[in-house]
Design a protein around this ligand. Structure first.
Ligand SMILES: [Zn+2]
Length: 102
């Protein structure tokens, strides 16, 4: 079972309690008060880490795709030109044009 951090509102003492995810600690072990609040310490850190990781991987994969595309497009175009001819490629695959001025 996971261990949760609590703070008692009556005596102000922090304590830890083991219980299931959907349960909650019933009372302060120091003064038996039920006026207790769970202290969330790890969740926000984990959430921030996941967001940062996701952002980094999206950024990296996008750059990798752009690099791959820039590398593969001239090769692909040359293959098509060799096989089908310059005019055919210009007409049927204009997005493979190597020129930047569109
Ligand atoms: Zn207490």
């Amino acid at each position: 079972m996971p261990l949760y951090d609590y703070r008692c509102e009556t005596c102000g003492k922090p304590f830890q309690a083991k219980h299931g995810f959907n349960e909650s600690a019933s009372a302060c072990p120091n003064c038996a008060s039920v006026d207790i609040h769970r202290i969330i310490t790890s969740a926000p850190t984990v959430a921030r880490g996941m967001v940062t990781l996701a952002g980094d991987s999206r950024h990296a994969s996008k750059e990798q795709l752009v690099d791959k595309w820039a590398e593969e497009t001239p090769k692909l175009r040359k293959k098509l030109v060799d096989k089908l001819g310059e005019d055919f490629v210009n007409q049927n695959a204009p997005h493979l044009k190597p020129s930047q001025d569109e």
